[in-house]
Design a protein around this ligand. Sequence first.
Ligand code: XMP
Length: 481
Amino acid sequence: MKLRHDAALTFDDVLLVPKRSPIRSRQAVNTRTQFSRNIALAIPIISSNMDTVTEAAMARAMARLGGLGVIHRFMTVERQAAEIRRVKRAEGFMVERPYNLPASATVQEARARMDEHHIGGLVVTGPQDEVLGLVTSRDVMFERNPNRPVLEVMTPRDRLVVVSEDATLETAREMLHQHRIEKLPVLDEHGRLRGLITAQDIARLEQWPNATKDERGRLRVAAAIGVRPSDMDRAVACVNAGADALVVDIAHGHSDNALDMVRALKQRFPQVDIIGGNVATAEGVRDMVEAGADAVKVGVGAGSICITRIVTGFGVPQLQAVLECAEAGRALGVPIIADGGIRASGDITKALAAGASTVMLGSLLAGTDEAPGASVVRNGQRYKVVRGMASLTANIDRQEIERGREVDPDDWEQVVPEGVEAMVPARGPVKDIVHQLVGGVRSGLSYAGAATIAELWDKAEFVPITAAGRAESGAHDVAMR
Ligand code: XMP
């Protein structure tokens, strides 16, 4: 048995000491950072791999804002891969494998496929993938005969404006404008379909200048993976669907199971960044990096919906965990993700100041429109559900997905939950929340006299505070309206 004598600190135990600042405007602060060895981000915010936080809509929004989303794993392999594909297809200057229709399709089939994929047009192709025409929602909108062949309503190949595979973004934009069209099929020299460029995608590219993109201009996305040998199949499906990083998702990451999984994933996918976690000690970081991790996720029991510390007695107060882990991560050149316990932008700045490169947010984002699930009204206020992934209902749901059948309620008591289900106020679009958080972080960096996150690491000075200091820190001695 060992007893550490210094109390470990967390966010509310400290403040950052203001420093002389050469920063004249918050805009002069650069929030660029590394998610992992090979993935850079414009903002240091990741959405958590929880089933009430990150599926395709959240991951897409986060990547557009310059952060990243980790698609949770509490769904079938097929569905997780489909969520990843939805993010990868969302943007990019060219959709590489556009949805198409065979020449035999009817108007009804065209409508169904457009609805299914939420798209406004489909390329009609022949047996050798040769382009026969393009059918758009306008071609089928008022067609009375649902059985009419699409060949009769589409724009045929000879009237179609197309481009070749080597077309640049500039050429595509010019052609879309010149012909006042919205879709531009991309053909190879044999007239076969190779891609589709849409006006909407190009407009979006310009709308999100900080977006996190891969080398082909597609949004980046990460996927959570468990540690069982069967999870390798999930990893293969996610990587095939285009996942840019795999996040090993286990509460006690400093375990042989997790380390073996990190090692196996890195060996199998040397080109994909592997994130190990969760750990709370420098030793945990070192072992993860030795196993091949390209970033390490830090946080045990700090999350808003976690009861791990109550149920098991284990955990390290989050700021302390980040301080220790970041020192080890820095020595090894591997970024640290501070996961859990962030309630406001001030906590993000503190986590970064402690050495993290990014923070992962759960309940702070769970109330946004992009988080999975509908909102409910309680006492006139709108809420959304957030739940720990080790909560009772999440456990039961996971077992049901794995077994493909309902769990007998008599068996529920076998679950020992380490998380809770809760509600958070509905908050509107995630971009508004992220804008506030990043604004707070920029301001925070300027108080430290730091123009970058790396400068913050060097300049930050924490001061421990007392209960009186904490009381002084919020609004106080006034009646809140
Ligand atoms: P916040 O505070 O941002 O934390 O809501 C999100 C993080 O909490 C972790 N998490 C859990 N931890 N039991 C736990 O002990 C759980 O059921 C649970 N679910 C999520 C996870 O690291 C997440 O990113």
